[in-house]
Design a protein around this ligand. Structure first.
Ligand SMILES: [Fe+2]
Length: 240
């Protein structure tokens, strides 16, 4: 599904497989790039979706991962094997991907599978900058859900800014995946200090949400409220 000129959502529960988080395709001349790429279970449908849109998956040069979780990058080794696609991850999530850590990648925790160890070709840091047909993509390190969680920011050439938030918005919290409350709070503050016109995140239908600034600040407030003592029973019962 086309989200905006030059950016498509090609994976997610409604598009590929129930295990898949949102996966995005960006065009850049003859090249294609992905932000997250879904699971091995969704790989066949995601590549079919890409072909249906008129693009050859063999042109996908790299997957840039929002973080090191199975539902976001678990299929990256299949893209590598079939298309030579490289994988880039923030250094703080890199080891869990390369070792196939079943807990830290959330693969065993949420999906009951053992992930393949996936080589990572390079680090994603805040000096990341990518020119695509849609505009310019930069990166914000937003730890909290995981230590290496990142958001991508697309300054679209039509003059609007899109936040691709991964699981920094609405992601689950668990010590088993290295979640950190203070770090996450700081990351939400960081997002609240910026301006975005639209947002999308890892576990949402293939769509863009407007009023992004208001939504992010409301989520920042909700995150603060969630950890008040009044919600302890709920927190104990909510197993991520
Ligand atoms: Fe996640």
């Amino acid at each position: 599904m086309k989200l905006l000129p030059g950016i498509y959502q090609v994976g997610g529960p409604a598009r590929s497989h129930s295990f898949d988080a949102s996966a995005y395709l960006l065009t850049a001349g003859d090249a294609l790039y992905m932000i997250d790429c879904g699971t091995p279970e969704g790989f066949g449908q995601i590549t079919e979706n890409i072909r249906f849109l008129g693009f050859d998956p063999a042109r996908i040069r790299a997957v840039f991962a929002t973080h090191g979780h199975y539902d976001h990058l678990g299929g990256a080794h299949l893209f590598r094997e079939q298309f030579g696609t490289r994988l880039y991850v923030h250094p703080l999530d890199r080891r869990q991907v390369e070792t196939g850590d079943a807990a830290l990648t959330s693969a065993s925790l949420l999906y009951g599978v053992q992930p393949a160890p996936i080589p990572v070709d390079g680090d994603l840091t805040e000096d990341f900058q990518l020119d695509v047909d849609a505009g310019s993509v930069t990166l914000l390190h937003t730890p909290g859900h995981t230590r290496g969680s990142c958001c991508f920011v697309l300054e679209h050439h039509i003059g609007m800014t899109l936040l691709i938030a991964g699981d920094t918005l609405h992601g689950g919290f668990s010590a088993q995946i290295g979640s950190d409350e203070q770090a996450w709070r700081g990351s939400l503050d960081k997002l609240c200090a910026r301006h975005f016109d639209w947002l999308t995140f890892g576990h949402c239908p293939p769509s863009l949400l407007a009023d992004a600034d208001e939504r992010i600040c409301a989520l920042r407030q909700a995150f603060a409220n969630y950890y008040t003592p009044w919600f302890k029973d709920f927190y104990r019962e909510y197993h991520y």
